[in-house]
Ligand binder design. Structure first.
Ligand code: HAM
Length: 423
């Protein structure tokens, strides 16, 4: 009987050592950009009580209806692997009293995995990672724009090109309801022209019909009323100010009257950034304002706005655009040795150099000199430091720069000082 080969579950990815440097680079840049906007990191659990997502993300959203990973723990509690970051962050902010004071402001960011049972395809996985930010306590459009500019600064830092920022507003609660009614009034007589999914959505989530990918739905919504016509004067002023501020900041954007996003919590500004090279899953990140969510989850009424940016998609887009990320790894110093005495000495030297902050490796299995050099090359070392009995006696080492082939004899006492210049 042959054992079945074990494989990673469908819709999941392994990040192998050859690729982990890219992840480290984008995570480092995300942290740097977030810090430059004075956002501080928050880490929340990867699972939460299921109720959080029902109340936060929305009962009628596709996500809660069909895409969450729900399970019962051994104490019979209903838990859900987080499908997104915002709801958990809001829960934590409330639980730790971070929004209790009148006028409390807080700006947080996170990097971590999310779990969605969506049909896997290129750019869409059962586990994906997001860099996201959430800003609480500021209702002004300036904060929306700060978040968008942070997101764009992140893409600029990683070298992503061919971006397009689309924005829309569904307005406050009343505007949103008005728009929903206008849309239903428009769609109902066209019921026969809609696809099956959209017919079902007409009663519980008509706004989602706007971003259906089915051609017959696209034809119908092409002439649907625009959300802008349903906005209250306050919501209209808000989105117009967002547009003015984006223009002032020199950020190119398009107004997309049909942009809706998958969560019920959004109010007023919504946005999405797409990049070339991603095929149908082209959104690298999206966000919006959610002024009622904190209150809905039991906190004191506090406005909020933020975005989430998918890191797998970002890496795919960078690859398609042939952008190379900066390699965060320090140059590698390889130590090669002849003979057993030198091997023990090589280990001591490695320790000494590592203690000074260098990245150092060596072959501890005792291969011949030629093989050691081959390994150094394969591992991408920039310098090989060689020692044998002769060198030990004279208190020197040979230092070879692999890129140029230059080799010189260096006194042990001078070795450390000589390395950064050759590395
Ligand atoms: P979202 O648009 O659902 O928003 O996800 C943000 C980004 O995560 C997407 O644009 C995409 O790049 C990536 N993403 C989503 N699902 C997948 C998947 N199955 N596979 C790969 N990548 C995926 C949110 O999650 C909101 N919480 C964003 C937000 C924060 N709004 C306000 N604050």
């Amino acid at each position: 009987m042959s054992l079945q080969k074990l494989q990673a579950p469908k819709g999941t990815l392994d990040t192998l050592p050859v690729d982990s440097g890219k992840w480290q680079a984008i995570e480092r840049l995300a942290r740097e950009i977030a810090a430059s906007f004075n956002f501080k990191e928050i880490r929340t659990p990867v699972f939460e009580h299921s109720e959080l997502f029902h109340r936060g993300v929305g009962e009628t959203s596709d996500m809660v209806k069909k895409e969450t990973y729900d399970f019962k723990d051994r104490g019979d509690r209903s838990l859900t692997l987080r499908p997104e970051g915002t709801a958990g962050v809001v829960r934590a902010m409330i639980e730790h009293g971070m929004l209790n004071d009148q006028g409390a402001r807080a700006k947080v960011f996170y990097i971590g995995p999310n779990f969605r049972y969506e049909r896997p395809q290129k750019g869409r996985y059962h586990i994906h990672h997001q860099f996201g930010v959430e800003a609480f306590g500021v209702a002004e459009p300036e904060q929306d724009v700060e978040c968008m500019l942070l997101q764009l600064a992140f893409y600029r830092a990683v070298g992503l090109k061919d971006l397009s920022l689309r924005i829309n507003s569904l307005g406050d609660r009343e505007s949103k309801q008005r728009y929903r009614d206008a849309l239903v009034a428009y769609l109902r007589p066209r019921w026969n022209d809609l696809g099956n999914d959209s017919r079902n959505r007409l009663s519980d989530n008509p706004l989602r019909i706007l971003d259906s990918k089915e051609q017959r739905d696209i034809n119908v919504v092409a002439t649907a009323p625009s959300a802008r016509d349903s906005l209250s004067p306050r919501s209209l002023a808000h989105i117009e100010r967002v547009e003015m501020l984006l223009e002032r900041a020199g950020a190119a954007f398009e107004i997309d009257n049909h942009l809706v996003r998958g969560f019920d919590y959004y109010t007023d500004t919504l946005w999405e950034v797409t990049a070339s090279g991603l095929g149908s899953q082209s959104a690298v990140g999206g966000g919006g304002r959610y002024d009622n969510l904190v209150e809905q989850l039991g906190g004191r009424p506090t406005p909020g706005v933020g975005f989430g940016s998918g890191l797998e998609r970002l890496l795919l887009a960078l690859e398609a655009q042939q952008v190379t990320l900066p390699d965060d790894a320090k140059p590698l110093i390889w130590i090669a040795y002849h003979g057993d005495t030198a091997k023990a000495e090589a280990l001591s030297l490695a320790r000494e150099l590592r203690d000074t902050g260098l990245r150092v490796d060596l072959d501890v299995s005792g291969r011949g000199m030629k093989a050691q050099f081959k390994m150094a090359d394969r591992e991408g070392a920039s310098v090989v430091v060689t020692l044998g009995e002769d060198e030990i006696a004279k208190q020197v080492v040979q230092v070879k720069t692999l890129a140029t082939g230059d080799q010189k004899t260096v006194g042990r006492a001078e070795l450390r000082a000589s390395l950064p210049s050759v590395a």
